[in-house]
Design a protein around this ligand. Structure first.
Ligand code: NDP
Ligand code: DXP
Ligand code: MN
Length: 392
């Protein structure tokens, strides 16, 4: 009996890694319902021709005709625009990979859960922006959220069934990013290319910049608190440059269980795709003797303020974490467009949060997705205003 699956963000780093695994599965194992992208029609059409989904959706309305032309005569339905994206994500499937980047993934990922699909959640922004909503929705729909973010998948694999109540703390590892050994003076003038050169993982642009500022780890602390229902003080971060250990769970008896693996996203994706079973992957196997040494150090809060800013937002509640994420997305995009410096990213985020907090615009907890999206828009407008004044 084949499993019906959809991949939201099919053309991205996680999306293509997911399809690599799907392509290695036995014939008939999976029936692909929807593949989606934002604007990369060529890549989406090529994937659609290869994997034969029911529907291929491009989120950018302006690309509707280009996609329809690219798949003309293929027998594959095409659609465009945010409404079509949510519709496609709502189609009844057993399993959905949520691999759209940013808060753009909120509505389609929620639609998949609403339709009762298991949600393989790579899109950490869903939980950063509206974590309580997603957790409640999964409970209401009796749907599973399977963490794909490598650290959270590691924690998920290390929690023995029924023993979550015995957890003393969890630890997320961080590679430290490309600037882990750089003096702050040198960090002032890093280029887009420097920041995208992640020392360990090959990822999409946005998360690569987040890893360089350590905002990724801040987002992951928020993601972990909401996913595993833990208070911030029970979620630790340690810089571990080899990124061999991805996450650790310390229990009240002193036992620490961890998940290790080579830095290949196909391992956590496979874990979510096959759970509660396991499947083979082409990921390189660990050779600890060759690796030789594993290093650990505390994150440097002076050079990397983003982790502290994220933890402060977490304590302030969902309004602050949604605004943090939105402000960060706008600032990262501005850096990638070479409009601001690298160290401006955390500063813009912090300034935006201070302003919105002063305006009492940030609720402690959202009543629904619409409220989260309203705060998202508010924060984006605020940072765009700051950027306009900087570049004026
Ligand atoms: N890459 C990794 O190793 C990891 C990623 N993650 C998380 O997974 C998610 C995806 O990351 P990653 O694969 O690196 O991202 P990529 O940038 O590589 O891919 C993003 C995907 O989302 C699509 N997309 C972008 N913007 C929109 C939009 N506005 N509406 C609809 N679709 C959109 C892109 O389409 P198009 O190609 O047309 O632009 C692409 O398919 C992120 O939330 C990230 O934090 C978590 C852990 C590891
Ligand atoms: C692969 C993955 O899960 C990424 O989130 C990765 O962890 C980013 O690297 P950092 O540990 O440097 O943030
Ligand atoms: Mn991660």
């Amino acid at each position: 009996m084949s499993r019906r699956i959809s991949i939201l963000g099919a053309t991205g780093s996680v999306g293509t890694a997911t399809l690599d695994l799907v392509g290695r599965a036995p014939e008939g194992e999976f029936e692909i319902v929807a593949l989606t992208a934002h604007s990369n029609v060529k890549a989406l059409a090529e994937l659609a021709e290869k994997f034969r989904p029911e529907i291929a959706v491009i989120a950018d309305n302006a690309k509707a005709d280009e996609l329809a032309d690219a798949l003309k005569g293929s027998g594959i339905e095409t659609a465009a625009g945010p409404v079509a994206l949510v519709e496609a994500a709502s189609r009844p499937v057993d399993w959905t990979m949520a691999a759209i980047v940013g808060s753009a993934g909120l509505e389609p990922s929620a639609a998949a859960l609403q339709a009762g699909s298991s949600l393989a959640l790579a899109n950490k922004e869903c939980l950063v922006c509206a974590g309580e909503y997603f957790i409640d929705l999964a409970r209401q729909r009796d749907a599973l959220i399977l963490p794909v973010d490598s650290e959270h998948n590691a924690i998920f694999q290390s929690i023995y069934p029924g023993q979550d109540k015995f957890i003393r703390k969890i630890t997320l590892t961080a590679s430290g990013g490309p600037f882990r050994d750089w003096p702050v003076e040198k960090m002032k003038s890093v280029t887009r290319e420097d920041a995208l050169a992640h020392p360990v993982w090959s990822m999409g642009d946005k998360i690569s910049i987040d890893s360089a500022t350590l905002m990724n780890k801040g987002l992951e602390v928020i993601e972990a608190c909401r996913l595993f229902s833990l208070p911030p003080e029970q979620v630790d971060v340690v810089v571990h440059r080899q990124s061999v250990i991805h996450g650790l769970v310390e229990y009240i008896d002193g036992s620490v269980l961890a998940q290790l693996g080579s830095p290949d996203m196909r391992i956590p994706i496979a874990s979510a795709l096959s759970w509660p079973e396991r499947i083979d992957t082409p990921a390189e196997r660990l050779d600890l003797a060759r690796i030789g040494q594993l290093d650990f150090e505390a994150p440097d809060k002076q050079r990397f303020p983003a982790l502290r800013i994220a933890r402060e937002a977490l304590l302030a509640g969902e309004g602050a974490t949604s605004a943090l994420n939105a402000a960060n997305e706008v600032a990262v995009a501005a850096f990638l467009e070479r409009r601001i410096g690298f160290l401006d990213i955390p500063r813009l985020v912090s300034d935006c949060l201070e302003q919105l907090d002063a305006d009492h615009a940030l609720p402690q907890r959202f009543n629904g997705l619409e409220e989260a999206l309203r705060v998202d828009r508010l924060a984006r407008d605020r940072v765009r205003g700051q950027l306009a004044s900087v570049s004026a």
